[in-house]
Design a protein around this ligand. Sequence first.
Ligand code: GUN
Length: 281
Amino acid sequence: MIIDGKKTAAELREKLKKKVADLKSKHNAVPGLTVILVGEDTPSKIYVKNKEKSAIEVGINSEVIRYPADLEEKVLLEKIKELNNNNKVSGILVQLPLPKHIDKRKVIENIDPGKDVDGFHPMNVGNLSSGHDSSIPCTPLGCSLLLKKVEKNLSGKHAVVIGRSNLNGKPMTQLLLKENCTVTITHSKTKDLKAECLRADIIIAAVGMPKLVRGDWVKKGAIVIDVGINKTDSGLVGDVDFDSVSKVAKAITPVPGGVGPMTIACLLNNTVECFEKAHTE
Ligand code: GUN
């Protein structure tokens, strides 16, 4: 089974579009998403365009603020403060990476946790790891929705997460724990990654190494979620060697068309959730 992220994301957007229309008639207001882009990073520019397009499609009020790469940190922090206080703005996303002279941590910590659609604020990170209500980072949330398409009950499954980043690996681990999986987190210092993967019922590959996971690393019937987007001479490839792994896995996400489209749909989902929470408090 090839897990169709494009289709699942389209279904989620459709659901959100209806929800936004309902919210509009109920509150006479729609969720608003403000994305801040600093500098000229090409992939970031593409991601931000796609985020804007998808937000508009579901009826979210979308705003993109673009700054030059030499932006002063204090100007960015002032803008965040202004957006925190603007009740038309439900969600704030500062696109990463930021230029080196800007302190990423400080920027994230200055976003109102209730508007943190990325789920990167320490309060949301803490709430997620304590099992409390929180914003959930978009890519891991997308992965877990795709997993649920294949298997409703993940309880007792052994999941191996490759990569320990704050964006993907760590929050993914928390989501899998919530589903009662037994989770192994692996990384660059893991001694025998192949042996770890071979024990997995679920593999989440999020390291950014082209075709790292091969067919002989995967147990027959495992579910494989590929978070990697690697630019190579032969085009975009994931962290998983699709051709060999798809022969042994029960289900696998393709690249492109797997996790990628889900990330943006989940960002819209988080924006709508922030709006709903702000309107029920
Ligand atoms: N850059 C790459 N992925 C992401 C993401 O999920 N959120 C933000 N803010 N920046 C990113």
